[in-house]
Every structure is written in C-alpha cells, then in structure tokens.
Design a protein around this ligand. Structure first.
Ligand SMILES: Cc1cc2nc3c(=O)[nH]c(=O)nc-3n(C[C@H](O)[C@H](O)[C@H](O)COP(=O)(O)O)c2cc1C
Length: 592
C-alpha cells in the first residue's frame, strides 16, 4: 500500500443508509477513469453519524483528511482537487491535521476504548485488526496468564456489564469459573432492542474481532468450550461481518481446536434472534437458543450455575466484551484510572433525538450529561431549549434540565430515577410532550411483554390506556394516583427486568413533569403543543392577508372567509389536522 493514496468510505449501517455504497462506487469509477494509483477501502462507523457519508482520504505520506456529507455527485471534485492536484477541499473537511473544524469538538472529550478501531480499520480484514494489536491480548492470556489471573485482572479493572444491569464482569466470570460441571458455555448478548440504541450494532459492524477476542478471553477464564453470539436478524450487516470474522479467525487457528498452539479450544456459533425485546433478558435468551419460546424464568438458579441446556453459562454484552482485550493489554490500572469511584472506564452512548450532532460517542465515566449533550453533541437542534434526556431506553427514565450536571456514573444516574441502561440517550426539546413520551415507551414495553406475568401483561396495558386517555384530553385527576399504584404493582410483581422497569418512564415524567400531566387533565392543554386532540387552531387577524390558502387546503371546510379579509376557523368543524398551519405563508395560524 506504500506510495499509494487510500480512500476509505464509512460503511456502517448509517453510512449505507446515506448512500455510502453509491459514494464508494462513484469513487471507484472515478479512480479507474483517472487511472489514479489509489486503493479503495471500507470501514465501519466513526461515530459521526450526523455527517454521513464520511470519506477518509489518506495521502501517500499517511496524512488523513476526513470529508463529511459526501455524495456521489461530489466525488469528481474530490478526486480532481485532492488526489490529482493535491489540494484538500477545506470547506468539506470534518477532521484533518492543521484544520480547525466544528467537528473537532465532537471527538475532543471522548475516550475511545470500545470504539478504538471503529471507523479506522476494515471490519472485514483480520490483518487490519491485527495491525492494531488485535489478538495480542489473547496471545498474552494463553501464554502468560492462568484463568484465575485473567479473572483478577478484569475484577481489578472495575469493569461492570454494559448490557444494562452493571454487574461486575470479573465477579460474574468468577462465579461461572467456580462450577466444575462441563460443558460450559459463553454467550455474547447482541440482541440490542432498546429504541434509540445502536452501540452494539456499530461495534459489531465496525470491529467484530474485538468482540470475538473478548469472548475467547472470557471463555478461557471460565473454562467454556463453546460460545454463541445471539444477534438479532434485523442486523444483517453485523451478522455478515461476524460470519466473515469467524471464518478468518478459524482459518488462522484463533478459533477451533488448540488455539494458537495452546490447550484451549473454543468453537463459536452465531444464533440469529427474531428481534423480540424480551429475548435480551438472559434467561429468555437462553430459552431462545434452545429453540424454545423466548420467555424468562425465575432466578436462581442463575445461568452461571444452570444456563444453556442446564450447564454453567456466562452471558456478556457486546460492549462489555470489546473492553476486555484493551484491559488485558493496557492493564486493569489504566482502565480503573478512568471514571468515578464505582463506575470505571468509558461508556458508549448513542446520541439521538433533538441533538445537533447525533451519533455514537464514547466518554470516560464521570463526564456530565451536560458535557455530552452540549460540548460533544453540540446542543439542541435549531437552538431550541433543552427539556429532558431519556436514558436507558424503555426501562430508563427522563432526566430534566436542572439535573444536567449529573455525572455518568451508575449510582448517580439511578438516583435520578433513570438508569444507565445500555446507552441510549434520546434528547428532547420544548416541543416534546412528556406525557406522550411516557406513552411512547410504555407502548413499546407493553407490546414487548412476553405475557407470562399478569401485571406485566395487563398492568402495563391498563397504564397505557390511561396515558392514551390523558393525551386525548380525557384524563381524570385520579388517573395520576392510579398510574403510581399500577407502576408499583407492575414493578414488584414482575418476574424479569422488563416488567420491573417498564414503569420507569412514567414514574420519572410524573416526578419531574407532573404539571404537564395536570395541564392535560385540568386545562385540557398540551404545553408542548404536541398532543393534537388538545390543540386549538385559530387565525391571528392582524397577520392574516386573506389569501384563502387555509380554506383551500382545509379538508373539512372549517377555515372560512372572504378574499382579502381575515379568515376564521370554525372550531366545531376543525379536526386539528394542521394543514392550515403547514400551508399558511404569513404565520397567521395560532396553535394553543
Ligand atoms: C427485557 C430485557 C432486555 C435486555 N436486553 C439486552 C440486550 O439487548 N443486550 C444486552 O446486552 N443485555 C440486555 N439485557 C440485560 C441482559 O439480561 C444481561 O444482563 C446482560 O446481557 C449481561 O451482560 P453484561 O453483564 O455484560 O451487561 C436485557 C435485560 C432485560 C430485562
């Protein structure tokens, strides 16, 4: 590759969705037409999903220029000016040495451990992974460490499970290692069902070998000979890249019998899940691999004692596992030096919602929500006001503006009523109705309940009906108490985490935004102007020019008037469809 240009296109799901393949093809054709000496490569997501399609141009001296928002149409200019004339196009640059951009702030405060290779290597090349120390940690473990030493290292690092519950990984491994029953299984949980979360998908799409290496080290530590990656079939790119990575590892003797000449053997299989949220719960996941319906069961016995086919089983999340090789190579101390007293290392978040720079960020624990949302994420879209951030997906909660300085720390986040969860971070502005948001998340959990526990099955349904009623303007003040009582019952009587946490979005919005519920019920008003049945559309006479466009688009003839005179809206006919508001050119429609 020496003396050659390299043109690398970001082809994670985000890049592909923004026509990354079209950009790749246009660049490939452009290079051939110009007979340029340049290699085309693909990589995963760098995290800057808001800037897709990203193209990294690496000159023969190794200098990188990262271009943003590249389209097939832009590729001719890029090739002509940068590769042929050697002049980078400054206004398109997201990142380059010596160039100051707005995007610098996105990466400045990040600490990339899990995402260390994402966006930098080809996910389909084991050699590129190995060129960045890939499988060195495994080698060290097999040659120099006993299973007990590996477990101690992970324990000392302070790593806690990134799948949601935050259980210490080293402790979990120790429990699984203690059992003498054979065979033992090691499972990677890549089910990732939280709305708004895409951390695990990006790691699998961008750096699958890091997860496989983490699994191998874990399997060696607990004495497991067989592993499964349970990944949802809705992640076809991740599945495809995992299959390639597994084959490459097998071909090099990194998976299979007597790995790298040691006594350790490990066989790894992919199990594609149908995409039920509850199948991410570990006992349901095990049932699903066994070919049964994905339903949770009572614990104990814990999977470490009796898991897959009744044998000792360890389950870890994708992000948890991608941390492992880094910990082995850099030492428990380096990991533990990051973060807070009880939350060590870094955490990946999927920044979504009303945020300027939406994407994937990895920050040291202890950074505040404010720093993530405003410094890294660039603040709220259209410079609107920040209202709340939903953390932890459907099992999490909404954190209001006055708690923005809460640090990223398991216990501090739990104290707000939300949870760290797997890392979904949905940002909301003043146009988001908090009652509607609670309804949205409950709608999700209610639909995803497996139905085994009565309160989870029916309690969430009754709660959802109440929230729908409130959003329709038909709520009663007693509903608030009823919601709280039902929340308590659903939490305490459900068998698994789905029901135990389903009421969290309702409870946190009631705690921090009660006045919004009351406005819906008592004043029949939605302060965020989002619940349509509660809105009133009227004409502002002073602004109305009498153009008649509102009457033209009104499907029920509620907008009435004479040309060149102010129009009015007949409230008895208005269906609140919002057409008049959308079409009025003079901002003469008021919504309250
Ligand atoms: C309803 C429900 C869904 C879950 N979904 C996931 C998931 O998609 N991915 C995941 O890693 N953990 C999920 N979990 C947590 C897992 O059950 C388990 O705690 C985790 O995979 C353990 O790995 P860790 O210790 O590395 O976090 C879910 C839990 C519940 C209750």
């Amino acid at each position: 590759m020496e003396n050659k240009w390299r043109v690398v296109v970001g082809l994670g799901s985000c890049g592909v969705a923004s026509d990354g393949r079209g950009v790749y093809k246009a660049l490939e054709e452009g290079i051939a037409q110009r007979k340029l000496s340049a290699e085309m490569e693909e990589t995963g997501c760098l995290g800057m999903c808001y800037n897709e399609v990203l193209v990294d141009v690496i000159d023969p001296q190794g200098r990188r220029t990262l271009y943003k928002e590249v389209t097939p149409e832009k590729t001719d200019r890029l090739l002509d000016e940068h590769l042929l004339e050697g002049k980078p196009i400054t206004e398109w640059i997201a990142r380059a040495e010596g160039v100051v951009t707005d995007d610098d702030a996105f990466l400045k405060d990040q600490k990339r451990i899990v995402l260390r290779n994402c966006g930098l290597i080809s996910p389909e090349s084991i050699e590129e992974y190995q060129a960045r120390d890939g499988y060195q940690a495994l080698k060290r473990v097999l040659k120099e460490m006993t299973p007990a030493q590996v477990i101690s290292e992970v324990l000392d690092s302070g790593l806690r499970g990134r799948g949601g519950a935050g259980f210490p990984t080293g402790l979990k491994w120790r429990l699984a290692a203690q059992s003498d029953t054979k065979p033992k299984y090691f499972i990677c949980n890549a089910d990732e069902g939280d709305p708004g979360a895409f951390m695990d998908r990006s790691v699998l799409e961008g750096d699958p070998h890091s997860v496989i290496e983490g699994m191998l080290i874990g399997a060696y530590a607990i004495g497991a000979g067989v592993g499964y990656i349970y990944v949802r079939a809705e992640y076809p790119l991740a599945v495809a890249r995992l299959k390639i990575a597994i084959k490459q590892a097998k071909d090099q003797g990194i998976l299979g019998q007597n790995i790298l000449g040691s006594n350790f053997s490990f066989d790894l299989k992919i199990k594609e899940g149908a995409g039920a949220f509850v199948c991410g719960e570990e006992t349901a996941l095990i049932a699903s691999i066994e070919g049964k319906r994905g339903m949770p069961r009572l614990r104990p016995p814990f999977p470490a004692v009796s898991g897959l086919w009744g044998k000792p089983t360890n389950i870890n999340n994708v992000e948890t596992l991608a941390n492992i090789p880094w910990i082995i190579l850099n030492g428990a101390g380096a990991f533990a030096s990051l973060g807070t007293e009880k939350s060590k290392g870094s955490k990946v978040f999927a920044l979504a919602g009303k945020i300027k720079r939406g994407g994937l960020v990895e920050v040291p624990m202890g950074l505040s929500l404010r720093e993530i949302i405003f410094d890294i994420g660039g603040g709220i879209k259209e410079d609107r006001e920040f209202k709340a951030v939903q953390l932890g997906g459907p099992s999490g909660g909404c954190i209001p503006a006055y708690l923005l300085d809460t640090p990223i720390d398991y216990e501090a986040i739990t104290a707000t009523g939300a949870i760290m969860g797997s890392g979904g971070m949905v940002v909301m502005d003043e146009t988001t109705c908090m009652v509607d948001i609670a309804r949205f998340f409950l709608n999700f959990t209610q639909a995803e309940s497996c139905g085994k526990c009565t309160f989870c099955r029916l309690g969430t349904k009754r709660m959802l009906e109440i929230l729908e009623r409130i959003c329709q303007g038909e709520g009663r003040i007693e509903d608030l108490k009823l919601l709280e009582e039902l929340s308590e019952s659903v939490k305490t009587t459900s068998l698994c985490g789905l029901g135990q946490t389903a009421p969290n979005p309702v409870l946190t919005t009631l705690r921090y935004f009660r006045e919004e519920y009351e406005a819906h019920i008592i004043e029949k008003r939605c302060p965020a102007r989002s619940c349509r049945p509660l809105l009133t559309f009227t004409v502002i006479e002073e602004l109305c020019t009498g153009c008649g466009l509102c009457a033209k688009v009104c499907p029920v003839e509620a907008a009435k008037g004479k040309k060149k005179e102010p129009y009015s809206i007949d409230q008895t006919l208005c269906t609140k469809c919002g057409q008049c508001l959308a079409k009025c050119k003079f901002e003469a429609i008021r919504v309250e």
